[in-house]
Design a protein around this ligand. Structure first.
Ligand code: ZN
Length: 691
């Protein structure tokens, strides 16, 4: 069989496999309830199978299923729901950007006694405000919508109220944009033969319900809106009632609005519009005077917005702006804004309340407190950063002196603009700079920016880039990235990394587009591992914790790396662990290893090898017992190493193959007992003089 035929058959097999997998895809979704003429048509999916029912139109209509939300419909056309200012409200909770993470939403409401164990309203005359973006991204959008549909009736009966305000993602789906829907809903769309937006058309119960919703509301002195009201919009129109009506009657029903910088309708629809605006979440672009003028024009004292993900709920300018998108979308944790007894709190996922003004670092250990921890929650490569700076200066003039220079950093998450920061940049790492066009970079955020965003520690990020542009260098960077994952199998203290797309610009002109990775810097590392970095003083091999040192030495042998040294602390982080007497050496910076095999990588001249592809064991004073320990430790890891390489999404076949070949060679050598003495216990010594 020739290669091409094999490949073609492989593809066909893969395709069949996918189709087969789809029919077996076990999930539940719905119900989607539609009114057509005189009948109620319902579709829902149970255990991956489509169900439909058609009944004559009669209300109330009830839907029940063991695995889906129960639904009772008392009227198909919801009542008009005009903009209102609610006064004398004693308590409210608010959150935003649930994005299909229904379980976190429910947990927050339960822990803060808004609903009981059966998800029924127990918040009395309190108000719950959803500040937009229930839809898109996550897998449990339908559950949240039906839950809110039900809850608002219960709240109403108890004298309370649920406000479901629309976000840009609700509007996008209703306007036919399916760019952000969860893969699950593509499948629902496929098996029902309907485009996803059809499930929210004005023929549907949920579609009618969503169309009755507002984009803004006011409770006591607090205004709520998904994005924010920009100065530009407010200058043109400051009646919230008018803006709300324009959205409902002119923007919601139609697909597009003509772009025209002078018309209010166009301003409301495009980037400055209330569902898209991110000005409030931008620490550099938004001062207190602007906030004051907007608030007074709207006749409120405080404004609550979502839309821009924060590591926690953030209060800005003395509670004048409250940013409540607490990154629920990552599916890990989240927060509620709690107003009770004239005070504001961050309601944590465990039910605790923290005063909004206290910047607590101890109250919630789950919260990322540094930029790296925050980035680490994004999926690999979901994040693009655009760095705009004088590139010539960065890579040439300033490179040797490691001087910081100003730059702007724009973060784009899943192709959606996230935010813009002023930062400082410099290159780092001497060895690489001389030989590579893109040396590693250090990004420094200002302390005030980080305070504003709720980060409490460490203002620096370390970014590793491929040496040069081109596929070959990109692959080598991915290899280095995977080596960090391999090392974590050997030492759980190994550095964490995160792939990211990086675009370099000079005054707005795009120059390079490449993929790099962020690596934890010392401060992040120490914070996560609760260890101390030992920067000063001399550490000798003899004083190191022996077992981790031996494992590290064998790992370096596996990846063909000799570019490290205990004495110089070169590419080894020396750490002190509380309760342990001996320090440990943690390996990093693997770009000189033979497994990556860069053109510029050559072994140190006093080593008895000529190429980084040659094996040389650098472990010192390793005993026979220690070799045995290493063999016992490494042998069971072989399949794991290979699986990590195979499962990587970015390495191509060639790169994977060469890495796995090195792994095989390592295991062959590791298990040649007769060569242990010469190879590991008494290897050739370093040369006294350079060759
Ligand atoms: Zn949004």
């Amino acid at each position: 069989m020739n290669l091409r035929l094999t490949l073609t058959l492989g593809c066909v097999f893969l395709l069949l496999n996918t189709l087969f997998a789809q029919t077996k895809y076990d999930y539940n979704d719905g119900p989607y309830i539609e009114v057509r003429g005189d009948s109620i048509q319902v579709s829902w999916i149970e255990n991956g199978a489509l169900n439909r029912s058609v009944t004559p139109f009669a209300l109330p209509y009830q839907f029940e299923s063991e695995v889906l939300p129960a639904v009772t419909i008392n009227d198909f056309t919801p009542q008009a729901n005009p903009f209102e200012r609610h006064v004398d409200v004693k308590k409210f909770v608010a959150l935003s950007d649930i994005h299909g993470q229904h379980h976190i939403f429910i947990q927050l409401l339960k822990k803060h006694h808004v609903i009981d164990e059966n998800e029924a309203w127990i918040y009395g005359d309190g108000h719950l405000v959803i500040v937009g973006d229930v839809m898109d991204r996550g897998p449990q959008v339908t559950e949240s919508l039906w839950f809110l549909y039900k809850l608002e009736k219960e709240a109403d009966a108890a004298g309370g109220m649920v406000h479901t305000l629309l976000g840009n993602h609700e509007l996008m789906v209703m306007h036919g944009d399916v760019g952000y829907i969860n893969p699950k809903y593509r499948y629902t769309s496929g098996i029902t033969g309907r485009p996803y937006p059809d499930f929210f058309s004005d023929q549907t119960v949920l579609g009618q319900w969503l169309r009755s919703k507002n984009i803004t509301t006011v409770i006591n002195e607090f205004g709520f809106v998904h994005g924010g009201f920009s100065e530009k919009v407010i200058k043109k129109e400051n009646s919230l009632s008018t803006i709300n009506d324009m959205f409902k009657t002119q923007i919601l029903p139609r697909g597009k609005v003509a772009q025209d910088t002078t018309s209010l309708l166009s301003m409301l629809y495009f980037d400055n519009g209330p569902l898209w605006y991110r000005g409030y979440a931008n620490p550099e672009g938004f001062d207190e005077i602007t906030a004051d003028s907007i608030l007074s024009a709207l006749d409120i004292e405080s404004i609550v917005v979502g839309h821009t993900s924060m590591p926690k709920i953030v209060s800005v300018h003395d509670d004048k702006i409250l940013l409540v998108d607490s990154s629920i979308k990552f599916g890990k944790t989240g927060e509620l804004l709690v107003y009770d007894n004239d005070s504001l709190y961050r309601g944590l996922i465990d039910g605790n309340l923290v005063s909004i003004d206290i910047d607590s670092t101890t109250a919630d250990e789950n919260r990322p407190s540094t930029p790296f921890q925050y980035i680490y929650d994004f999926g690999d490569m979901d994040l693009t950063i655009v760095l705009d700076t004088d590139l010539k200066k960065l890579f040439i003039t300033n490179s040797m002196e490691e001087i910081y220079q100003p730059a702007t950093l724009v973060a784009i998450h899943n192709k959606e603009f996230n935010r813009k920061w002023n930062v400082r940049l410099r290159t780092r790492g001497n060895m690489r700079k001389q030989v590579s066009k893109f040396p590693p970079l250090k990004i420094d955020f200002s302390k005030t920016t980080l305070d504003y965003l709720g980060f409490t520690r460490n203002d620096k990020l370390k970014l590793v880039l491929p040496g040069r542009t081109g596929k070959k260098y990109q692959q080598r960077l991915y290899q280095e990235h995977v080596i960090y994952s391999l090392y974590q199998q050997v030492d759980s203290f190994g550095y964490r990394t995160h792939l990211v797309n990086v675009i370099f610009e000079n005054k707005g002109k795009k120059k390079y587009d490449l993929n790099g990775f962020f690596i934890e810097d010392e401060a992040d590392f120490a914070l996560r591992t609760k260890t101390r970095i030992l920067n000063s003083g001399i550490i000798r091999v003899e004083s190191l914790e022996r077992e981790s040192y031996v494992k590290m030495s064998f790992f370096q042998y596996m990846i063909l790396n000799t570019d490290y040294s205990v004495g110089n602390k070169h590419n080894l982080e020396m750490i002190g662990i509380p309760g342990e007497l001996s320090p440990r050496a943690i390996a990093y910076d693997f770009d000189y290893c033979g497994m990556v095999n860069h053109d510029y990588a050559v072994p140190f001249e006093r080593l008895p090898i000529y190429s980084v592809r040659e094996h040389y064991f650098k472990g010192q004073k390793v005993t026979l017992e220690e070799v045995k320990m290493a063999v016992e430790f490494f042998n069971p890891l072989k399949d794991t190493f290979k699986k990590i390489i195979d499962d990587d999404n970015y390495l191509n076949r060639k790169s994977k193959k060469s890495m796995k070949k090195d792994i095989d060679e390592f295991y062959k050598r590791l298990n040649e007992e007769d060569k242990w003495e010469k190879r590991f216990i008494n290897p050739k010594k370093m040369l006294m003089k350079p060759r």
